[in-house]
Ligand binder design. Structure first.
Ligand SMILES: Cc1cc2nc3c(=O)[nH]c(=O)nc-3n(C[C@H](O)[C@H](O)[C@H](O)COP(=O)(O)OP(=O)(O)OC[C@H]3O[C@@H](n4cnc5c(N)ncnc54)[C@H](O)[C@@H]3O)c2cc1C
Length: 464
């Protein structure tokens, strides 16, 4: 590939310095023919203490990690801020269940991932090919120009050869394409809302230490759950996720009530929560999430949407960032395939990624059960179903979570293989009446009977 001087390079403007926008800058700058400007509405993360900017941990599996590993030195730069996990521990009041993963998972706080991507970018490339602008909020798109407001609300515009909307789930670039260029896009609130939560992984006074290389989770019923990932420095960070119309903390007015709630419902996590965290949790705002479904990700040959801006999904199966990073790897492959001819790359990207994004949305919406009978079946499939797959791989498919997390299959293929399960729970959430009845004992018996029959049949086959 010929190296071009800074002056003759194509100007690519990236809106959004999140994981997708920053990884794209890495990939494009390696091609040595682009000049990159990145704009983000937030302050420069290098000037903010990451401990003061509270965010949430992200789990990256094979898909996301592969996209990072293709940039030399990048995963090594991320490693000191991350923990590699080998599975998940499910806690309930009386016991714990350790579910090991075939492939390891890298867990990292979103803001620390962004910081590592950014520092690696600025230490690799000079100012002549890379300019960063923080505190600049994208407002409007016109004929190959884009307008912003800076930190003092001063408006300004710039021109571009290509514009990349990597500005997250509530993307302004996407909104402009929908308002002025006929992009068809559905943006809905997912039923889940969450509060970030920050615990310690150990409590030496009480002789408690949770496994360092595991994600820790507990299900509280009525779609409430807590998911925590170990972070460097013996921390355990994560999210308390609940139905937006059923906020368990809504009535609480003091930290004592928060601590009493954890004492009763999540005793192991109560022992890892400081009084200061209980006070913070009380006042921490509830975050709502949107999912996004677009009919295409490009406009003409100049504008492209990537990451959450193109396809935000519920975090239920932890694939939003993985798929956002995978987008970037695909763009790079297409640039190779079409010799950087963007008029071919952009429509090809939509053609390849839109069906994948729609499949991921279905998987994210319907893999995690939202009614009590399905929760029981879900745990049976996750535990017993897994064993059955190990013993009789031809008869029992791996469960949807294992397919998403441990396989190389595309989201479309995973959806096809998991249709039995996802169809069961695919009545749209917002139309579905809230489950009132727990599973009847006869429903549970039917499921156990089915499994028993299979065991007997398989047992006979093995004996014959
Ligand atoms: C609680 C929770 C847990 C999650 N867990 C996981 C997980 O385990 N695994 C996983 O793969 N994914 C997970 N995700 C999803 C993941 O966080 C996102 O998919 C990922 O951050 C998307 O990256 P992005 O770069 O596309 O967008 P973002 O991370 O949203 O970054 C977008 C950037 O654009 C900037 N921006 C926005 N609007 C403008 C504007 N108008 N002008 C200029 N800049 C703008 C923002 O400031 C931001 O920096 C989780 C999400 C949540 C909420």
């Amino acid at each position: 590939m010929p190296i071009q001087s800074a002056m003759s390079r194509q100007k690519i403007v990236i809106i959004g310095a999140g994981p997708a926008g920053l990884l794209l800058a890495h990939y494009l700058l390696r091609r040595q023919q682009y000049y990159i400007e990145i704009y983000d509405r937030r302050p420069d993360p290098r000037q903010v203490n990451p401990d003061e900017q509270r965010s949430f941990p992200i789990s990256l599996q094979k898909r996301g990690r592969k996209a990072l590993q293709a940039i030399p030195g990048l995963e090594a730069a991320i490693a000191p801020h991350a923990i590699i996990c080998q599975g998940t521990v499910i806690h309930n009041n009386t016991k714990t269940r350790d579910i090991q993963r075939k492939n390891s998972v890298l867990t990292i706080d979103r803001n620390r991932l962004v910081l590592a991507l950014l520092e690696q970018l600025t230490s690799t490339y000079p100012d002549s090919v890379l300019k960063l602008h923080f505190n600049c909020t994208c407002q409007r798109l016109d004929q190959q120009t884009v307008s912003f407001l800076n930190a003092t609300d001063h408006p300004f515009s710039i021109s571009y050869d290509r514009l990349i909307g990597a500005d997250g789930a509530r993307s302004q670039v996407r909104q402009q394409l929908a308002d002025h260029h006929g992009l068809t896009c559905e943006q809905i609130y997912v039923p889940d809302a969450y509060k970030s939560i920050f615990l310690s992984r150990t409590n030496p006074d009480k002789n408690i230490e949770l496994a360092p290389e595991r994600i820790h989770t507990s299900n509280l019923g009525r779609n409430s759950r807590i998911v925590l990932a170990p972070q460097p420095g013996d921390k355990l960070h994560g999210a308390f996720i609940f139905n937006a119309d059923n906020n368990p903390f809504e009535e609480f007015t003091s930290k004592e009530e928060i601590l009493a709630y954890f004492d009763e419902k999540l005793p192991v996590f109560r022992e890892l929560m400081s009084e200061a965290e209980a006070e913070d949790l009380l006042h921490r705002p509830v975050a709502r999430l949107v999912s996004v479904k677009c009919d295409r990700f490009h406009q003409g040959e100049h504008i492209l949407l990537v990451g959450d801006a193109a396809h935000a999904v519920s975090p239920s199966i932890g694939q939003g960032c993985n798929s956002s990073l995978e987008d970037i790897e695909i763009i790079n492959q297409l640039l190779d395939q079409f010799q950087d001819n963007w008029s071919q790359v952009l429509p090809q990207f939509s053609q390849q990624r839109v069906p994948e994004a729609h499949a991921l949305k279905d998987l994210s919406d319907y893999s995690f059960p939202r009614s009590t009978p399905l929760v029981i079946e879900f745990f049976l499939r996750l535990t017993l179903g897994r064993k059955l797959h190990q013993w009789f791989p031809k008869t029992f498919q791996p469960f949807v979570f294992d397919l998403v997390l441990d396989s190389d299959l595309s989201y479309g293929e995973v959806l096809k293989l998991s249709q039995g399960w996802t169809r069961k729970s695919n009545a749209p959430w917002h139309h579905r009446p809230r489950p009132r009845k727990p599973a009847t004992s006869s429903q549970i018996h039917v499921y156990i009977l089915k499994l028993y029959r299979v065991f007997i049949k398989k047992g006979w086959e093995l004996l014959e």
